[in-house]
Write a protein that binds this ligand. Sequence first.
Ligand code: PMP
Length: 352
Amino acid sequence: MSVFSTDILKNMDAYVPGEQPQDKSYIKLNTNEFPFEPSDKVKAVVTSEKAADLRLYSDPTCAVLKKAIAENYGLKAENVFCGNGSDEVLALSFLSFCKKEDTVVFPDISYGFYPVFASFFGLDYKEIPLKEDFSIDENDYLSDCGTVYIANPNAPTGLTLSTEQIEKILINNKNHIVVIDEAYCDFSDCTAIGLIKKYNNLLVVRTFSKSYALAGARIGFALGDSEIIADLEKAKYSFNPYNLNRLSIEIGAAAISDREYFEKTVAIIKENRQALTDGLIKLGFTVLPSGSNFVFAKKDGEDGEQLYLKLKENGILVRHFSKERIKDYLRITVGTKEQNDALLNALGRIVK
Ligand code: PMP
């Protein structure tokens, strides 16, 4: 650290993203990217004329993108907030809604950015242990003591809470925002979006990084009551008004409007997830039921870190976490059939 850094920066650990090797020598199943290219309609946006227009600032209201998102979910543009990836949306939600006198609440095993944001913004937080089977007990989140963050499906477990369980949390946290991070929700059957009109304390956070094959475009959004969306807008205009670039605004709108491509490709990932799960079980792995585009798996008698390292030697990247309770698990992104077969073949050679 430099002698100039603040105490907060000195005393916190930054988020560690998954490895992003910049060559294509790995089969990359470590950061839950989509294995297919974005829709042709998205690719058609990126013309040299559009590149030339980059001399101009982007639309700070993200009007084209908000309209496309609102239409897709049967909401109004005033219910939509757009961010530079859902990480930025989450960060702005911490700044807008988490009060110093409160305690932010989230599960002990969940998206690793929640404790980082809380530390960075100087907030108290409480990590609530998952149950023995790694599921979230909604009854642990009824204290109304601060903003609640729940990833649904949860990451890295892939397990999903029902809409009824989410509603129970909303009803019991009337004085605080409940953020449901639905980064992986398109690969499951449940979403809290239907509850937005009923609960003004619900913020649903989504991303184009996974199911729309746009991790590199950095587009995230939040849906909620118009008053809390206006709060996020105020925070954004106090931080980075042109947070989405000109291309990403149009790319996002094109992607969400191409329902046919979205449905076709997400259906393939769900099929591939089943085949990958079956293949892992055949190799003796325990696989948690996943509502996302990754599976969380371990094999008794095998050390998770060793498996991760041996797969890497074989040119396959998966994600390993060193946290005690999950250190023998691997989080494996669902890839194409060929990628998944390569992973299963490699594991077949590696495991005892
Ligand atoms: N939430 C969860 C649960 C995630 O796993 C991720 C991906 N790392 C994000 C949010 C952030 O995704 P992005 O910033 O690419 O939208």
